[in-house]
Each structure stands twice: as structure tokens, then as C-alpha cells.
Write a protein that binds this ligand. Structure first.
Ligand code: FES
Length: 65
């Protein structure tokens, strides 16, 4: 059993939900490797690349905490 890895999701005021952490990937040959994950998910609904943030929130009136 491997050690539990931590992934943190942070809501950015007036912007996306940022997700940062590290995941364990199990490969077909039975080995495992660690890969960083870093992504921003749109909370404003304006991104043309849903579910990811494309920066469209900037200059909008989206103000969620
Ligand atoms: S939060 Fe950035 S485009 Fe929606």
C-alpha cells in the first residue's frame, strides 16, 4: 500500500479553482511513477475551454469568493 498523496484544490477569488498536487500512476508493467497535477477549472462559466479556465474571467464581473 502506497503512501496517501495530497492534492489541494483552492478557489481563487474572482477566478478559477486551482488544483495542485501529485498522483501515483500505475503502469502496465506493474511499476508506478509520480506525476504532478496542476490545473485550473472554470468557475465563472465564461471559458471557451470548459471545464478549464482560459482566462475569460479577467475583466468580467465574476466576483465569487
Ligand atoms: S474562471 Fe477563468 S474563465 Fe472562468
Amino acid at each position: 500500500m502506497s503512501e496517501e498523496k495530497k492534492v489541494v484544490a483552492t478557489a481563487i477569488k474572482g477566478g478559477p479553482l486551482k488544483v495542485v498536487g501529485e498522483i501515483e500512476v500505475k503502469l502496465l508493467d506493474g511499476t508506478t511513477e509520480m506525476k504532478p497535477v496542476r490545473s485550473s477549472f472554470c468557475r465563472c462559466g465564461l471559458s471557451a475551454n470548459q471545464p478549464y479556465c482560459d482566462g475569460a474571467h479577467k475583466g468580467s464581473d465574476f466576483e465569487a469568493e
